[in-house]
Ligand binder design. Structure first.
Ligand code: YXS
Length: 263
């Protein structure tokens, strides 16, 4: 499979697909262009009937991904995390991919990339990996589907601690919180991850596909009333139309600490 992408490398071997982030100059920030390439690569793997997909950064990465490209966060009153956005579409593509997607983590993981990690079915991290979900740091009103990913994966109290503090958790804590399934030394993490993928790839793809879809349906089975949804959206709109939202993004761009006023 010839690699035709600019910001990722896509490989397929023995029914195992691999997506390698390849935008080191931006610390693998999840730009729209990179996210659309991830979606396209997953479609390719689906056509090739890849039975497992591994998403990773280059070997020995210090930063797995610095999260959503902050320069692409809108400042004009548009929802930064609307369902039509490439990040949400990529998360949905991972959730609906008809086989397990495994995140192999080397380095630090930030914001939307942390959501991407826990949206994958499994995650393997090295002892040096860390994870931070950062909307509170940047003043972003995270969305309900993203918060549900964290509740489902980490449980309420761990999810609340990560969202409210916005600070990175280390590999041991990430294992305790359920973000990662295993901690494996950097020298062995590739062998471990591909052995795991190979084991899965030899099981029944039809059975795994329907089991994964049941996990997705059952974990998303949180019916809320239209009023509740509209209430959430009106609260979120107040935040992404606030001065504090602009302050969070501008302070990052100006490389200074934000001064939030609560309005
Ligand atoms: O100064 P230059 O032009 O070289 O650019 C710097 C950074 O501005 C840039 N950069 C980013 N640009 C856009 N979006 C990003 N997420 C981003 N992260 C970094 O990359 C160049 C090198 O960064 P620098 O000098 O800070 O590197 P470092 O090695 O000292 O520090 C690496 C990090 C990752 C610890 C640091 O760059 C950092 O804290 N980045 C922001 C991580 C973060 O908060 N990401 C969340 C993005 S917002 C998001 O994902 C969601 C919307 S939410 O917030 O809701 O979760």
């Amino acid at each position: 499979m010839a690699n035709k992408y600019d910001f990722i490398i896509a490989e397929l071997r023995d029914k195992i697909g691999t997506i390698i982030f390849n935008n080191p100059s931006k610390l693998n920030a999840l730009t729209s262009a990179m996210l659309l390439e991830i979606i396209e690569a997953l479609l390719e793997f689906k056509e090739e009937k890849a039975r497992v997909v591994i998403i990773r950064s280059a070997k020995w990465s210090k930063v797995w991904s610095s999260g959503h490209d902050i320069n692409e966060l809108p400042l004009d009153g548009i929802d930064p995390l609307g369902q039509e956005k490439p990040l949400e579409k990529a998360l949905s593509a991972i959730q609906t991919y008809p086989a397990p997607v495994i995140a192999m983590i080397e380095g630090s993981v930030w914001g939307g990339a942390c959501d991407l990690t826990i949206t994958c079915d499994l995650a393997i991290g090295t002892p040096e990996c860390s994870f931070a979900i950062t909307p509170a740091k940047i003043g972003v009103p995270y969305n309900a589907s993203g918060i549900l990913h964290f509740i489902n994966r980490l449980g309420l109290s761990h999810a609340k601690e990560m969202f409210f503090t916005g600070t990175p958790v280390d590999a041991e804590t990430a294992l305790h919180f359920g973000i990662i399934n295993h901690i494996v030394d950097s020298t062995d993490v590739e062998t471990f991850t591909y052995d795991l993928a190979s084991k899965i790839s030899k099981n029944s793809p039809l059975s795994i596909e329907v089991i994964k879809e049941q996990f997705r349906i059952l974990t998303n089975a949180h019916p809320i009333t239209p009023n509740a949804f509209e209430h959430i959206e009106s609260l979120r709109r107040k935040v992404y139309c606030s001065e504090d939202y602009k302050e969070g993004i501008n302070s990052f761009k100006e490389k200074r600490k934000p001064d939030y006023k609560g309005k």
